[in-house]
Each structure stands twice: as structure tokens, then as C-alpha cells.
Ligand binder design. Structure first.
Ligand code: AMP
Ligand code: MG
Length: 518
């Protein structure tokens, strides 16, 4: 184990690419640069709210033992071998080209190399302005920091590819936010998360270089990314192969989101990782009542572009933007089929995953009809997604009639079923039981498969909301409990949370809908 203070950090990104080393934090365009030096702006008092022991263990990082070490987590101390910088990237936001964006409040301190030779970027989110802060303050509030910290760890334990969070600290400073964008700005406690990932490179880093026609920088960044993160790609067509692998990883990520019912909320191309990780936790939500049109992001309400059911299609659209950015390096007639392969890859993985959710021995073409029947029925009945699939695991193999089926699933329902819905559900379950009958694996094996595919505990927004309110009052009871619960999402250990979203939370801001204000 090594300490954050005495570690010799690597600086490969900044020593490889042209950047603005002035340290100037005035918002500006930085053509020709891939990053700008950004020294964190010190805060009043750094105090530790959470530390991820398991992640620290994995990376070989010692838990801070004194205030000076804690200061690193809040940006108050930058050590000699760190080179703090904000990355410059661009992106498409809500379908439109947004030009240069960049890390407006994320600052990478350095690259941490483990004894096994793996490197990870250590990045502070909320550590003050950078050259890319535009009109904003570079800070983050406790509310959004708790959400990023807990959810990135929760996703990890769910088995979904994600960036991680090592620490959460309070800054002792208030931050002004207009949470509902309605002119009622108020002060909220400030906080900083230390995020960790092999790389935070996004589609937008590549889009920016293409938009600026900086082909040499683009070529170098692509080659560097492949050498470092995709070293197995060494053939003649390695850029094309790399794109294909991103397509594959992105398809896998989308299937994982659909599996656990995660809605990202802001799938702009600057929030798409080239490593296929879930990145940038903002106004996300798990699906409570199953609804493909559900979006948790108030800004997304007009078009519901980033709704639950649309995520896989949006990922394809975003991949199209990445492909366009690679046109100077790979011929269009090669990129296009690679992009198109997304659809088949996605559906194949999706049906396989759904077969696992349903406990099927294998997923045949015929089974896709059953999967569609599930989707349609759930979209009509809108039961709680998590609870419904849990109840499906223990479905009696003989269901007499529609009443018995409705009774079995009643704990997952938000509304009484109409007679038509009841019939639809009965018909679905009848088809499903017939299919289970043809399973070539034992019932126990089928249930075991379902238990490891369907989470039983998901970090619902209303739980986060309650934990945050408590924390703001100085009580960390629920926060601590959630920190534990996220580690065992497939067990019954935290069944105190095994219930539908309470009625009071269904319309309350922060529990069902969120804004981007963070
Ligand atoms: P997001 O929607 O969180 O992905 O953010 C989009 C862009 O806005 C990114 O360039 C962020 O760095 C920037 N941004 C968001 N919040 C802030 C903030 N408080 N200060 C500076 N930049 C921000
Ligand atoms: Mg972002």
C-alpha cells in the first residue's frame, strides 16, 4: 500500500500531448491543445465523508491518515509529481453539436500505477474552475456528489462497467445552485468526489480534434488510446478494429443498463466513454415502475431523447458521431459496416441477457417473441421492474387463473390491474410457464441464473434523496447503510429496502425527476 502523498504519479497523457501549461483558469477556447493545466482551488476545510476501502485495496492506496493527506482529496494539496489538468473535449448535446466543452469541474491530478502495472487516472470532481468552466463555478454540491459516489460504486457491484469513486469529502464551503432552474437559487453544502478510471477519454475528445481538423493530434490520440487501453489490437486495420471494439463494448454496456433498469439521463457524446464505461453520473435513475418512456432528466422532458427504452438507439447514434470523427483515419466504407454491426451485436446480447433474466437454458429465435411479450406487458402494467423480476424467480409452476397471477405479483404493482391488464399478465405468464416446461436445465439452475441476473437491491432515487437530506442535517445513518447495501445487490440481506417507491416520492423532485443542476 502506498500513500496518496508519497506516491510517484505518472503523467503520460500530459507529457505526450500538447496542452496549455499556463495554469490560466479563465474560460476560453484552446485550439491545438488536448488539456489545460488546472490547479485545484483550495477549499475551506476538507473532511472525509466516505472512503471506498475495496477500491483503495485494489489500487494499493493507503487510507489518508492525517489532514494533509485528506487535503489531496479536496484539492488543497497537490504533490510534486502530480500534474493537475482539465481535458479538452467537445460533444453533441441533445442531438446538436455543442463545440468545445471540456472538463469544467473535473481535474485529473495524476496517473496512479498499481504494483501490477495498471494505471488509473485520479480525478477530482468539483475542485474549482478550469479553462473549460465556461460560465459555471467548477464546484459540485453534496447532493450530486453523494449521487455520483454511491451510484458509481453501486454499478460496480451490480457488475456494470463503470468509472469508480474512491472518496467523498465535504469542502466546508457553500455552493450556490438554482436546483429547479426557476430563479430560486440557494446555497448548498459543497463536496468533492475523487473519481477513478483507467481513462476518462470520451467520444467527445475525438470529435473535438476532428472538428478542429487537427488530424495529427487525432491520429496521435487514437494511436495512444489503442496502445494503452487496447494493446491487443496490433493489425494493419487497428483503428477500424478499435472502433469495432468500442461498438461492441458500448452494445454490452447498453444491455447491462437495460438489465438492471438504469437510465443515464444525459447520453450526450461527451458523456460516452471510449472504454465502454458508465461515466458522468448526473440526473440518472433506476426504473421504478416499468416505462420505456421514462426519463429522469427534467431537461430531457420535451423530447424524452434519453428515455429508458431509447438508450440503445441513442448509443448507436453517438457511435455514429464517433465514426464521423474517425473519417480522416478510416475509409467510410469500412466504418459504416462496423457502425451497422452495432444493431446485431446489441440484439444478440440483449436477447441473451433477457433469456438469463427469465431463467432460460438458451435463447432461441422463438424466445424473442416471449421477450417482446414481456416488454409489452410490463409497459402496459408498469409494475416495479426490480420487484417484478424478483417475484418471477419464485413463480409457482402452476398458475390456475388470472387472479392467482395478479396475487403473485401484487407487491410489484403501483396500480390495481384492470381486467384487460390482468388477462394480459395471465397470458404472458402462461406462455412463460410453457417455455419453462421446455427448459433443459433444472428449475434450481434456472432460478440460480435469474438470481444472479436480476438485482434485488437497486439504489433508488428516493433512497438517495433521503440519505442526502439526512446528511445535510449531519446524520449519516442511511448513507452508511446504503454504502453497505450497494455491495450486495443480489442478496436478500437488505430486504428492508425491498419495496416499491413510496407514494410520497412519486412526484417529489429529486426522487423521480432531477435537473442537471449539480
Ligand atoms: P454534464 O452535463 O455534467 O456532462 O456537463 C456538461 C459540461 O458542463 C461539461 O463540460 C462539464 O464540465 C460542464 N459543467 C457542468 N457543471 C459545471 C460546473 N459546476 N462548473 C463548471 N463546469 C461545469
Ligand atoms: Mg459530462
Amino acid at each position: 500500500m502506498e500513500s496518496l502523498r508519497s506516491k510517484k504519479y505518472k503523467q503520460e497523457f500530459v507529457s505526450t500531448f500538447p496542452g496549455d501549461d499556463s495554469g490560466n483558469l479563465t474560460p476560453r477556447q484552446t485550439p491545438g491543445k488536448l488539456y489545460s493545466k488546472a490547479i485545484p482551488t483550495p477549499v475551506e476545510k476538507v473532511s472525509l465523508l466516505a472512503w471506498s476501502d475495496e477500491l483503495a485495496e485494489e489500487l494499493g492506496i493507503q487510507k489518508p491518515a492525517d489532514q494533509q493527506e485528506l487535503d489531496i482529496l479536496g484539492g488543497n494539496l497537490v504533490t510534486d509529481t502530480m500534474y493537475p489538468y482539465a481535458a479538452c473535449y467537445a460533444g453533441h448535446q441533445f442531438g446538436s453539436w455543442a463545440g468545445q466543452l471540456g472538463d469544467g469541474r473535473a481535474i485529473t491530478l495524476g496517473e496512479w500505477e498499481t504494483t501490477a502495472g495498471k494505471t488509473y487516472e485520479l480525478q477530482l470532481k468539483g475542485a474549482g474552475p478550469t479553462a473549460y468552466s465556461r460560465r459555471a463555478d467548477g464546484r459540485a454540491v453534496l447532493r450530486s456528489s453523494v449521487r455520483e459516489y454511491l451510484m458509481s460504486e453501486a454499478m460496480h457491484y451490480l457488475g456494470v462497467p463503470t468509472t469508480r469513486a474512491l472518496s467523498l469529502v465535504a469542502t466546508g464551503e457553500p455552493v450556490l445552485r438554482d436546483m429547479f432552474y426557476n430563479g430560486n437559487a440557494a446555497y448548498e453544502p459543497g463536496a468533492i468526489v475523487m473519481r477513478v478510471a483507467p481513462s476518462f477519454l470520451r467520444f467527445g475528445n475525438f470529435e473535438m480534434l476532428n472538428a478542429r481538423k487537427e488530424t495529427e493530434n487525432l491520429t496521435n490520440l487514437v494511436n495512444w488510446t489503442i496502445d494503452r487501453y487496447y494493446p491487443h489490437l496490433q493489425g494493419e486495420d487497428r483503428v477500424l478494429d478499435w472502433f469495432k471494439e468500442i461498438v461492441e463494448r458500448t452494445a454490452r454496456l447498453m444491455v447491462e443498463w437495460q438489465r438492471v433498469g438504469f437510465v443515464h439521463g444525459v447520453m450526450n457524446t461527451d458523456n460516452m466513454s471510449v472504454l465502454g464505461l458508465t461515466i458522468d453520473y448526473g440526473p440518472y435513475s433506476f426504473v421504478d415502475d416499468y416505462d420505456p418512456d421514462f426519463t429522469p432528466n427534467t431537461t430531457d422532458l420535451p423530447g424524452r431523447r434519453y428515455a429508458f427504452g431509447k438508450q440503445p438507439g441513442i448509443a448507436y447514434w453517438n457511435l455514429g458521431c464517433l465514426a464521423a470523427a474517425l473519417l480522416p483515419l478510416v475509409a467510410k466504407d469500412k466504418l459504416l459496416p462496423a457502425l451497422e454491426s452495432y444493431k446485431e451485436l446489441y440484439w444478440q446480447k440483449y436477447y441473451q441477457m433477457m433469456g438469463n433474466k427469465l431463467g432460460l437454458d438458451k435463447t432461441t429465435n422463438e424466445d424473442t417473441t416471449l421477450v417482446t411479450q414481456f416488454e409489452e406487458t410490463l409497459a402496459t402494467i408498469k409494475p416495479d421492474m426490480t420487484i417484478f423480476f424478483q417475484l418471477l424467480i419464485d413463480l409457482p409452476l402452476c398458475m390456475e387463473n388470472a387472479e392467482a397471477v395478479a396475487e403473485h405479483f401484487k407487491d410489484s404493482l403501483y396500480n390495481d390491474l384492470t381486467p384487460e391488464q390482468s388477462e394480459q399478465l395471465y397470458s404472458l405468464i402462461t406462455s412463460y410457464l410453457q417455455r419453462l416446461n421446455r427448459n433443459t436445465i433444472t428449475r434450481a439452475a434456472s432460478q440460480a441464473l435469474m438470481r444472479k441476473t436480476n438485482p434485488r437491491f437497486v439504489l433508488r432515487n428516493y433512497l438517495l434523496h433521503q440519505a442526502i437530506e439526512e446528511l445535510e442535517r449531519g446524520d449519516n445513518t442511511l448513507f452508511r447503510k446504503l454504502q453497505q447495501a450497494i455491495k450486495e445487490p443480489y442478496s436478500t440481506k437488505y430486504d428492508e429496502f425491498f419495496q416499491t417507491r413510496p407514494e410520497w416520492a412519486s412526484q417529489k423532485a429529486g426522487c423521480s425527476m432531477l435537473s442537471c443542476s449539480s
